[in-house]
Design a protein around this ligand. Sequence first.
Ligand code: NAD
Length: 281
Amino acid sequence: MENKLISGTQLSKILLENLKEKINNITNNRLPKIVIVQVGDNLASNKYIKHKLKSCEKIGMLSEHLKLDQNITQEELLEEIHKLNNDNKVDGVIVQLPLPNHIDTQVINETIDVNKDADGFSPSTLGKVMLNTSKIFPATPFGILKLLEWKNVELMGANVVIIGRSNIVGKPLANMLINKSATVTICNTKTKDLANVAKKADILICAAGVAKLITKDFVNKDMTVIDVGANFVDGKYCGDVDFDQVIDQVKLITPVPGGVGPMTIACLLENVYNLYLEKNK
Ligand code: NAD
């Protein structure tokens, strides 16, 4: 089983070590800095933010957690973001999602300065990703591409099926794969005969947020499966793939936990470092 696993834990450690070394070598300048803005006290967000801050500490990146009241108005939140946009000592700004319903996430994403857009969710960054001119990539798709390239999974000419068309995973990932000359199919809840569409893929990427959606009927023996799902079922963290059912039926697969999740954090910090480099060229 071990040789079928694509370990995000392992690759993310390598990436973070690389970043640590680069940051350690900064002697004649201030250090890169990220600010994580949180509105309210969502439990999952608290956990994700804790992981991000811990990773910053490990690699010597400066970080700040700006925790704002659940009832902050959109105007007040925009003001906080403008302040961060204007702060020369801040390289990356992320606003942890989800935001409370009274705040328009799209407006917030559009307000973060494109030169500080560490999550890569702004329309400008996403447009550049589509045009293949961006140096910053939404962290989860960025991590997925790194995992595939690390395992030498051929992308050129590959038949890739992505389940999920969100603005932060499915859509940017599809564009990044098209730019690598893959043939990409993006599925959603209205896709007909999903299992049969999936089964023909060389690479199947599942980002639906539905536990155990992917059974053995969706896969083939030569397939690489990337499980993006982060679901909690009966207090247990699991992906979109029924791992025990599928592991013997595929060539390579990411586990959950220990697959895409740790790569997302490492790639987020790589984005911050790259934004810092751009600013200090
Ligand atoms: P989303 O809810 O915004 O989008 C889900 C997409 O999946 C939609 O396009 C929907 O049409 C599609 N979908 C849902 N059920 C489907 C079904 N039964 N058949 C076909 N398509 C279906 O979600 P998102 O933000 O893209 O996240 C997707 C999942 O990935 C979630 O579990 C999320 O927690 C996880 N996630 C994990 C990471 C990570 O770092 N591990 C990062 C981002 C998202």
